[in-house]
Write a protein that binds this ligand. Sequence first.
Ligand SMILES: Cc1cc2nc3c(=O)[nH]c(=O)nc-3n(C[C@H](O)[C@H](O)[C@H](O)COP(=O)(O)O)c2cc1C
Ligand SMILES: Nc1ncnc2c1ncn2[C@@H]1O[C@H](COP(=O)(O)OP(=O)(O)OP(=O)(O)O)[C@@H](O)[C@H]1O
Length: 180
Amino acid sequence: MKVHDNRTPHLQGSVVAIGAFDGMHLGHQAVICKAVHASKIYQVPGVVYTFDPPPRAYFQNATVLMSVDEKIEYLRKFGVEQVVIARFNEDYTQKSADRFVKELHNMHPREVLAGNNFRFGRGRSGSVELLKQYFNVNIVKPVRCMKGEVISSTRIRQLIARGQTQEVGALLGEKEGVKG
Ligand SMILES: Cc1cc2nc3c(=O)[nH]c(=O)nc-3n(C[C@H](O)[C@H](O)[C@H](O)COP(=O)(O)O)c2cc1C
Ligand SMILES: Nc1ncnc2c1ncn2[C@@H]1O[C@H](COP(=O)(O)OP(=O)(O)OP(=O)(O)O)[C@@H](O)[C@H]1O
């Protein structure tokens, strides 16, 4: 697997999934699996474009659930071929939504995968609607837990803070008594 540190590769074709993916819960896994599946159909590299640190950690001091190395290892196991690690710092957050779109064009995506509420660019000005003007965007349906709530890294951080670790395991898709 190729890891691009703070640079976006020039590719003739790709399928790109974008997001923080902190914790790799069942919602994230659905997005990644769909991206890998689509990349096989189009016969192009499956690329995950992610951020280090996660934007929520940078802006809101949220707890980081997994290191960037753990994330890369996880993506490798899921069959992702290339990963872009955007170093999320003051400089990076100045990038406009249009510049971010231009950057994505370097990879000539056949499909872009993101959730409905995905935002990007300085001041969170870019939306999925903007992405749709340029790319074939696949919006992944929200994955919910048994109780019906949408699974999120924020929810996992809350459960960890309350010591409800068994519930966390369920949201990560870990089976009880099964390791690795
Ligand atoms: C180029 C760029 C600039 C961003 N600037 C901001 C910002 O100014 N304020 C903010 O709250 N988030 C900013 N973000 C973070 C996004 O709001 C969002 O958290 C990120 O794209 C990851 O999406 P996800 O949280 O759905 O995984 C920026 C993201 C990108 C790609
Ligand atoms: N439960 C879910 N079902 C489907 N897609 C999801 C789910 N949670 C996140 N995604 C998608 O996965 C990508 C990465 O999401 P992100 O890292 O923002 O997850 P999150 O769990 O919502 O994080 P946070 O709670 O910190 O905002 C985004 O494109 C997002 O829309």
